[in-house]
Write a protein that binds this ligand. Structure first.
Ligand SMILES: [Zn+2]
Length: 428
């Protein structure tokens, strides 16, 4: 009888998942399985295929196996983002099995405060296809995510301390397709000869760079010599969530149909991309711009490194290298591994000219601005920043403990060093 109930439960959950209807406390299945697994919150993303008891023991102390996969939505092929919550599982041990194998190298990011703060479950040797979690007595709602998910609520809490500071101007870049406000922060000196465009979340699931953005803003407003110089000499333009709807809805964003936000700089089907181009293009007539468009690389494997894509234009490559050598020096005592030689040269890996040589990506849009200093994509690893002496050298094993931890603090620290490096590079 008990087994039969479970079979019904699992089937029901599959049907609910496939139909897009969420499992809720009101459904009859809730009495058979004592906990719920769902994505019913902003930024949530999961498909639950099956839940079954592991062994015959019943009651508290019982263990379960949950089979899951990412909800791809309008991303037509493999991608790896997921973000879900488990409620009412206190006292149970649950094994979460993923197919495809999309658990990061430090296991899931875990939050017991509804996604406000996160910690890694594991060191850098987590298996890719599963993790196991034993829920403490007071853990009635635990979130698990591929990475330390960051969305508007995080930004709102962070920017509250800065929005009334002299030199800070918070406004709305545009409305998203779903009528959400797309945030714009402009700070420093609007009349300065240097402009810096910083963008995050052209691919909505790539959450790590938002912590770097916090670090950059923190340094600029810190009152340090570097901060004061940057405030006086740079016009900072920051868009923290380019694909705002994707961030709040918990989409993959990457490779979405018909193309994603970072492949839109010719067609301009997204209001955010249109607004960025309309804002920057006239400003760039009179300013020397540096553009840093921030992303995350693959979730594990040989690409789990923090690095820049080198620009296509030779002159800009030289300038980016100069900046990156300064950053390497500043970051030498930092937690996260970064070396200028990590950078991806043109022709290596995915650093190929855009489709049919159209300037479709943000970084290529930046390269075509008059007076541009450099324009590059910065990739920040999701969980574990490995060392790489050069792209062509033998890559380290993704499970290597030699990788350094990527979390909110180590990424904010990287951001502070990016700001310090910008000051030295621009003021040289
Ligand atoms: Zn990306």
């Amino acid at each position: 009888m008990f087994k039969k109930l479970f079979r019904i439960t699992a089937t029901t959950i599959v049907l609910l998942a496939l139909s897009g209807i969420s499992q809720s406390a009101e459904t009859p299945v809730a009495s058979a399985i004592p906990f719920t697994v769902d994505a019913n919150f902003p930024g949530g993303n999961i498909i639950v295929d099956k839940i079954k008891a592991n062994g015959s023991q019943a009651g508290k102390g019982q263990s379960f196996i949950v089979h899951l996969r990412p909800d791809l939505r309008d991303t037509p092929k493999y991608w790896f983002f997921w973000n879900f919550q488990v409620k009412s599982a206190q006292g149970y041990k649950i094994k979460f099995v993923f197919k495809p194998a999309v658990v990061g190298s430090r296991g899931p990011a875990v939050s017991v405060d509804e996604g406000k703060t996160w910690r890694w479950l594991s060191d850098a040797n987590s298996p890719a296809d599963h993790f196991v979690y034993t829920f403490a007595k007071n853990e009635s709602n635990v979130r698990f995510c591929l990475g330390m998910y960051y969305m508007q609520s995080h930004w709102d809490r962070f920017i509250a301390d800065y929005k009334n500071r002299p030199g800070m101007n918070i406004s709305v870049l545009c409305k998203s397709r779903k009528n959400r406000d797309v945030e714009l922060a402009r700070f420093g000196n609007p009349d300065a000869k240097f402009g810096i465009l910083l963008t995050c979340r052209h691919h909505s699931c790539e959450m790590v760079p938002n912590y770097a953005l916090e670090g950059i803003i923190h340094e600029v407003f810190s009152g340090s010599d570097d901060g004061k110089w940057l405030m006086a000499n740079v016009d900072f333009i920051v868009v923290p969530f380019v694909d705002k709807d994707g961030v709040e809805d918990g989409d993959q964003g990457k490779n979405r149909r018909p193309h994603d936000h970072n492949r839109d700089y010719v067609d301009e089907i997204y209001p955010e991309v249109r607004a960025i181009k309309a804002l920057i293009t006239p400003l760039a007539e009179n300013k020397q711009f540096a553009v840093i468009d921030m992303h995350c690389p693959g979730c594990r494997g040989n690409d789990e490194v923090t690095y820049f894509y080198e620009p296509y234009t030779q002159k800009l490559r030289v300038q980016l290298r100069e900046f990156c050598q300064i950053l390497q020096k500043k970051q030498a005592s930092g937690t996260m591994n970064y070396k200028e030689t990590n950078n991806l040269l043109v022709g290596q890996g995915a650093n190929k000219p855009d489709g049919k040589h159209k300037p479709i990506r943000c970084r290529y849009f930046g390269e075509t601005l008059p007076n541009v200093l450099f324009s590059a994509t910065l990739e920040i690893a999701y969980a574990n920043a490995m060392k790489r002496s050069s792209w062509s050298s033998e890559p380290k094993d993704a499970s290597s403990k030699e990788g350094s931890v990527v979390d909110a603090n180590s990424t904010r620290e990287l951001g502070r060093n990016v700001a310090r490096a910008l000051r030295e590079y621009l003021g040289r």
